[in-house]
Design a protein around this ligand. Structure first.
Ligand code: NAP
Length: 278
């Protein structure tokens, strides 16, 4: 089966190793390449990949929005998030889907037994990852999700759009937007704090959160995957947050969900998650 991961940059991607492990478990032979594809070449590259017998693609930055436009059909969850992290061929059509949100919830709720119901959640960031995961969080019925972002208008647009999405508007949880003002945020109480900004991708950047923001927090999660603690994770650890985790489990679980779309096999993720990218 011909598979690949595309994006730019792509060197750091762990997708080939993750899918090789799933394929080994399933007894399926795959070829899985990492290919650097620019936004300008994206349509042409994706079309020829599927014309030449490709079955599935993992998609990463900066191609996630573009891949929605290329697809013949787009899943409901990818439409809501406005981005696709997976493409696959079905009956001659290219289908776009987004497995990030399901991947994260599977890791938190199923693997790590972290309940979301009735929790007060702070989600920092309003980019593609935040969009992809909020719908899945709403389905778990938290008490409140506060979306805080450096650019307030982006957080407020995201909250408005999701609040007006028919399939989500009936959810009882409240979704609110806030500017990323550490002074303002520090007087609030959050059970779970998620860093969904791209700040951790650059070791020189820091969100500069006041330690007091973590005072009632039981879980701090950085969506970024890294062998070392990110500055956000360090701040949470210094503030004695009991559970501090990164995005490795989410990465493996979103890949498992994508592998299932390509092969109809549900891989076991436990070994890979325990290895933490080593
Ligand atoms: P994105 O669409 O580029 O969004 C970036 C976000 O970060 C925006 O909210 C942006 O705020 C904010 N930001 C950037 N620089 C900042 C700064 N200096 N201070 C404060 N905020 C800043 O990126 P994305 O695709 O959502 O990815 C976000 C993170 O999620 C990345 O670390 C990525 O690796 C991770 N991720 C992990 C997985 C996984 O499977 N583990 C999957 C997807 C993404 P503005 O709106 O103000 O610019």
């Amino acid at each position: 089966m011909k598979l690949a991961v595309i994006g730019n940059p792509i060197k750091h991607s762990k997708s080939p190793e993750i899918h090789a492990e799933f394929a080994k478990q399933a007894g399926i032979e795959i070829s899985f390449k990492k290919v650097e594809v620019s936004l300008e070449n994206c349509n042409e590259w994706v079309e020829s990949f599927f014309k030449e017998g490709g079955k599935g693609l993992s998609v990463t930055l900066p191609l996630k929005e573009q891949c929605i436009k290329i697809a013949d059909e787009v899943s409901e969850r990818a439409k809501i998030s406005g981005a696709a992290n997976v493409l696959y061929e079905l009956n001659g059509k290219i289908i776009a889907d987004c497995t990030d949100g399901t991947g994260l919830i599977n890791d938190l709720v199923k693997n790590k037994k972290i309940p979301i119901k009735d929790k007060n959640i702070l989600l920092i960031g309003a980019g593609g990852a935040a969009r992809g995961i909020i719908p899945n969080f709403l389905l778990e019925h938290p008490k409140l999700i506060t979306v805080a972002n450096r650019t307030f208008s982006r957080a407020s647009k995201l909250v408005d759009e999701l609040s007006n999405t028919a399939s989500l508007s009936s959810k009882s949880s409240i979704l609110i937007a806030s500017g990323l003002n550490p002074e303002e945020l520090k007087d609030l109480h959050f059970d779970i704090i998620i860093n969904a900004t791209s700040v951790s991708t650059n070791p020189k950047l820091n969100l500069n959160l006041d330690k007091s923001i973590f005072k009632n927090t039981s879980v701090a999660l950085d969506l970024y995957y890294s062998q070392a603690f990110t500055p956000f994770m360090e701040s949470a650890k210094d503030a004695q947050v009991p559970i501090v985790i990164d995005g490795w489990g989410m990465l493996v679980e979103q890949a498992a969900e994508s592998f299932n779309l390509w092969t109809n096999v549900n891989p076991d993720t436990s070994n890979l998650i325990a290895k933490h990218g080593e």
